[in-house]
Design a protein around this ligand. Structure first.
Ligand code: NDP
Length: 328
């Protein structure tokens, strides 16, 4: 295959352009494993890259797409051989290294995770970076010592990708999950996923008091800004919040009060450069910790040429759950 289909991002006078093109295999970047990409997904960061709304792409031309699942075609890496089914996400793919919206990817074998037993390549991308980040957040709360007896947990950005998977994971573990959403019409969807309570995100979006009434033992926040500040001020004594997103803003207008008066912990979650051992643990837990029926319910499938529209909708906060992209 001398050329293959790919979503290419180019620099323009103002911002960038994105288009489905034929990409020359000779232009692929260094790597010791070539993968036939079968599935990808549309995450918030993909939306930013496709729309050019934020400068996530730092090399041009770029192939968009931060995660894929597929089959190894060739490898000079000792861990991988042709035919192996793999997941690749983060490590700068779609940002500094040519990404996943393409029929071919050439990457470092050290970046890849074996597709867990019992998980299909399509399911892996229905989970995608958003779901894997939700799992990293759950793992952080567990390392903190949180368990379902600690008290309720809150999930913000509940109807989004990270939020939807976080609710499904936490409820299956037995937690009382409070889902915070701006789309109250999605309450039946959120309850179906496992939310015990659904609250209006407006409750958490005003300026935060240093300390407010204790409402939850922990939480997973994909929104940031005043939402995260409110979450912290409402966290119970010695509770913990895992912060993984900025859908509501990059700032954090809080005080030290929750930390020094209630011993609250704030954990930062990064999926991109996450060490390989933790990735393997997260994907393995996702293989057993997520109901396949629930995953299917939150997933819609699109072909590669529809990622442009889907990316704009994700950035506008209009997508419910997860989108998988069929690549080949
Ligand atoms: P989605 O767009 O699917 O979900 C984001 C959700 O946040 C929306 O569905 C909406 O939920 C809520 N939201 C959107 N805009 C606002 C706003 N202005 N104020 C308050 N809430 C808002 O994105 P993902 O779930 O894929 O990603 C969520 C966040 O996590 C993003 O910021 C993303 O960059 C980040 N992320 C970080 C990773 C990491 O490595 N740390 C990895 C993956 C994602 P609702 O309608 O229910 O209110």
């Amino acid at each position: 295959m001398a050329t293959f289909r790919a979503v290419r991002i180019d620099k323009a006078d103002k911002g960038s352009t994105a288009a489905l093109t034929a990409f020359d295999e000779a232009e692929l970047m260094d790597g010791d494993v070539v993968v036939r990409v079968e599935w990808s997904t549309v995450n918030y960061k993909d939306g930013l890259a496709l729309t050019g709304k934020a400068p996530v792409v730092r090399r041009f031309p770029m192939i968009a797409g931060i995660d894929f699942s597929g089959t190894v075609l060739s490898s000079s890496h000792p861990d991988w051989k042709a035919g192996d089914q793999v997941i690749g996400n983060g490590w700068g793919m779609g940002e500094t290294h040519l990404g996943a919206y393409a029929e071919r990817a050439r990457v470092k074998g050290d970046w890849l995770v074996r597709l867990p037993d019992g998980m299909s390549a399509r399911e892996a991308m229905a989970i995608g970076t958003a779901g894997y980040t939700a799992m990293l957040s759950v793992l952080a709360l567990e390392r903190h010592g949180l368990n379902p007896q600690s008290g309720p947990v809150v999930v913000t950005g509940a109807a989004g990708g990270v939020g939807s998977v976080a609710i499904a994971l936490l409820s299956k573990l037995g937690y009382h999950v409070i889902a915070s959403t701006g789309r109250l019409a999605e309450e039946p969807y959120l309850r179906e996923l496992g939310a015990a309570e659904v609250i209006d995100r407006a409750e958490l979006s005003g300026p935060a008091k240093p300390l407010a009434k204790e409402r939850w033992a922990g939480g997973i926040d994909s929104v940031g800004s005043t939402t995260l500040a409110n979450l912290l001020s409402m966290t119970k004594y010695r509770g913990a919040i895992a912060a993984c997103g900025l859908a509501g803003g990059m700032d954090l207008p809080t005080s030290v009060a929750p930390f020094i008066l209630r011993g609250v912990c704030l954990y930062g979650i990064d999926s991109v450069m996450c060490p390989i051992e933790l990735r393997r643990q997260a994907w393995s837990r996702l293989a057993t910790g997520l109901d396949k029926e629930k995953l299917a319910e939150i997933t819609q499938e699109i072909p590669l040429d529809q990622v442009f529209d889907a990316g704009a909708k994700v950035v506008a906060g209009q997508v419910r759950g997860r989108i998988v992209v069929k690549i080949s």
